[in-house]
Write a protein that binds this ligand. Structure first.
Ligand SMILES: [Fe+2]
Ligand SMILES: [Fe+2]
Length: 319
């Protein structure tokens, strides 16, 4: 007999034991690293040769990879908003606070190491990057799902997977020119993959306890997710370059949704009430709709030139 829960808060409370175990599992698998493992910055380290070699390797990094790195670093630097959204929805003095602290500390290194690299390598117009970061953090991120813990876990599952793909594929683009930056991107991608596993498992536990309401929340979030940088100036242009570079686009999002549906066994859930069944049907129809969207976008693609201040207004021709 399934235990009945009165509210989402009750479910979160009931999950504290499993979450503590998940945190321990996460800690036992992850390897602790710091940005200075890749880019030493100790007072005693003053290796001009190392820096000049780094800068000369970085010159080979293509402009589309620089645009992808700009979007990746800004996405990571939106962390204060994500910390706030999670803290607000999950509350204090619980295992959730422990997770939010750990997750935030791990994420904080992503923005730091990318920013350190960009600065040390002189990769971008840094003052433009700083302005973008300032404006983005100031405008914030205010998704429709804020305050709903179930929606947060659906969103973070999808978002962690999206950032995993984005860092992984940006790395592939520069692997030939810059092995150091390649290893940074892969290290970040590994973190994102472990975060994905955590959120995926949390939502699995929620589905076990409260399937109808959980499906209703998932059906609201899964049709499309706003990327964190959506409020950034020229966000669509950045996203277009990233898509045209084969790093991340609507086809990837479709695959993410299919994986979530499979991992959460959504098609096989039974004994749902009407709300749950409706949500289940809606979720099952999302992949084919996303496929139509991707087909439509691809059928209209034409070569396009872009210019971005962050790469000093150079013209970027993309197929
Ligand atoms: Fe990250
Ligand atoms: Fe992450």
């Amino acid at each position: 007999m399934q235990k009945l829960f009165e509210s989402k808060c009750d479910v979160l409370h009931d999950l504290e034991g499993p979450v503590r175990e998940m945190i321990s599992r996460h800690l036992s698998k992850r390897e602790l690293w710091y940005p200075s493992d890749f880019l030493p910055a100790d007072q005693r380290v003053c290796d001009d040769k190392q820096i000049s070699e780094l800068r000369s390797r970085a010159q080979g990094i293509s402009d589309n990879a620089r645009i992808a790195l700009t979007l990746n670093v800004l996405t990571e630097e939106g962390l204060p908003h994500f910390h706030r959204l999670i803290a607000h929805a999950l509350g204090e003095d619980t295992a959730w606070r422990e997770w939010n602290g750990l997750w935030t500390a791990e994420e904080d290194r992503h923005g730091n190491v990318l920013r350190d690299y960009i600065r040390d390598a002189r990769l971008l117009n840094f003052s433009i990057l700083e302005k973008l970061q300032f404006d983005y953090i100031r405008s914030g991120f205010h998704p429709a799902w804020s305050g709903d813990p179930y929606k947060i876990f659906v969103y973070t599952s999808a978002q962690e997977k999206a950032t995993f793909i984005s860092h992984l594929n940006t790395g592939k683009l520069i692997a030939g020119q810059e092995p150091l930056l390649y290893s940074i991107t892969q290290k970040i991608a590994q973190d994102e993959s472990r975060h994905y596993a955590f959120y995926l498992n949390v939502f699995k536990e929620i589905l076990d306890r409260d399937p109808n309401t959980a499906l209703e929340s998932a059906a609201d979030v899964m049709p499309s997710i706003d990327m964190p940088g959506i409020s950034m100036a020229n966000f669509n242009e950045y996203a277009d370059v990233v898509r045209r570079s084969g790093i991340y686009g609507p086809r990837d999002y479709q695959k993410i949704v299919e994986q979530l549906i499979g991992s959460w066994n959504i098609a096989l859930l039974t004994q749902l009430n009407e709300i749950g069944r409706k949500a289940q049907d809606k979720i099952m129809s999302i992949p084919s709709r996303l496929q139509k969207v991707s087909d439509f976008i691809e059928s209209r693609i034409k070569a396009k030139s872009f210019t971005f201040d962050v790469i000093f207004g150079r013209i970027l021709e993309m197929a």
